[in-house]
Design a protein around this ligand. Structure first.
Ligand code: NAD
Ligand code: LMR
Length: 340
């Protein structure tokens, strides 16, 4: 027997999905920060968002009051820092974005943030597991290679872990790769898709130029481009001279990832993003989490794509990535076991 939906053509099905739009609450934890404010602004302009909940240890009600004047349909609520505020912010969320935590200063690695941010993310993950156990959780706080495993361990300890719903946001690496390659080739970045796999810090960021429109880039030009994609975050940290790291480009990237998750939740097909998820791809090498292309669906992760063909140079990058990533992931998992 055919359902009404199964006999529709592609265009009709898309229209069906859009007309059948659901109500989506999006929560931002760390909403008053450098990323949190522009990210919240962009979520307010997203037509799929019906409720926007903003939480921070300081300043969220003010940010919410400001954003709430924007004339899009969604409601906006800001919550004062309290267990009740956090509970209200999280309850009923479809997507929880977490940019809470401290950013780098010049000379620091992302791993240097671990001591401060691990416990911030652990505690927010506990609240998310209690009050939004079915939400898609998007982790922005660094070091992403460790904060995602931390969140997974917390959800496991509370018996609500679903690997399909936990994402490390690596979209900024994709955004940068597309922009940087377009600068070299004088093209429109909108037409430049570069797959970036691995993790989100230094050598764990592995751009696959051989799979891009410009597999011909080689030698010194390739080395410079790959280095710029891997260490693009440092450029911003140095330019901001101690005032933090990427916030505006990160808000853009985080909003893109959240929009992709929402579109897939709303029934759109073929939504694909590179993102750091629990992955089978390198489990045999002790790597539980890995970023690769992921097809998104209503439940979150629908399909994790194979890495595909890589050249010898990229295999070298992958070998370096795996070694570092393994340490970052284990560090996060161990932290929760020792500091539940
Ligand atoms: P920020 O200091 O400007 O903002 C962080 C916000 O988090 C602050 O408003 C702070 O009050 C809030 N906060 C701290 N503890 C909290 C808690 N327990 N509950 C709720 N809110 C809390 O920093 P930022 O520039 O917005 O960066 C935030 C994080 O994002 C950093 O760890 C940074 O390294 C990371 N980051 C990640 C990426 C990425 O690609 N994934 C890119 C840029 C930055
Ligand atoms: C980035 O890539 O810009 C972020 O991870 C922030 C940082 O510390 O570089």
């Amino acid at each position: 027997m055919f359902s009404a939906r199964s006999i529709l053509n592609t265009a009709q099905r898309r229209a069906f999905s859009v007309s059948a739009q659901q109500n989506f609450k999006v929560t931002v934890l760390g909403a008053a920060g450098g990323i949190g404010q522009p990210l919240s602004l962009l979520m307010k302009t997203n037509k799929l968002v019906t409720d926007l909940a903003l939480y921070d240890i300081r300043g969220a009600p003010g940010v919410a009051a400001d954003i709430s004047h924007i004339n899009t349909k969604s409601s906006v609520n800001g919550y004062a820092p309290s267990p009740e505020g956090l509970k209200s912010a999280l309850s009923g969320a479809e997507v929880v974005l977490i940019p809470a935590g401290v950013p780098r200063k010049p000379g620091m690695s992302r791993d240097d943030l671990f001591n401060t941010n691990a416990s911030i993310v652990r505690d927010l993950a506990k609240a998310a597991a209690d009050f939004a156990p079915k939400a898609k959780i998007l982790i922005i706080s660094n070091p992403v290679n460790s904060t995602v495993p931390i969140t997974a361990e917390v959800f496991k300890s509370k018996g609500v872990y679903d690997p399909k719903r936990l994402f490390g946001v690596t979209t900024l690496d994709i955004v940068r790769a597309s922009r940087f390659i377009s600068e070299i080739k004088s093209t429109d970045p909108a037409n430049e898709a570069v797959t970036v796999i691995g993790g989100h810090s230094g050598v764990t960021i592995v751009p696959l130029l051989s799979q891009s429109n410009h597999s011909e880039i080689s030698g010194e030009a390739r080395d410079k481009l790959v280095n710029r994609i891997q260490f693009g975050g440092d450029e911003v940290v140095q330019a901001k001279e101690g005032a933090g790291s990427a916030t505006l480009s990160m808000a853009y990237a985080g909003a893109r990832m959240a929009d992709s998750i929402l579109r897939a939740a709303n029934g759109e097909k073929n939504v694909v993003e590179c993102t750091f998820v629990e992955s089978p791809l390198y489990k045999d090498q002790g790597i539980d989490f890995f970023s690769s292309k992921v097809t998104l669906g209503p439940e979150g992760v629908a399909k994790i794509h194979e890495v595909g063909k890589v050249n010898e140079y990229e295999q070298g990058l992958l070998d370096a990535c795996i070694a570092d990533l393994a340490k970052n992931i284990t560090k996060g998992q161990k932290f929760v076991k020792e500091n539940p």
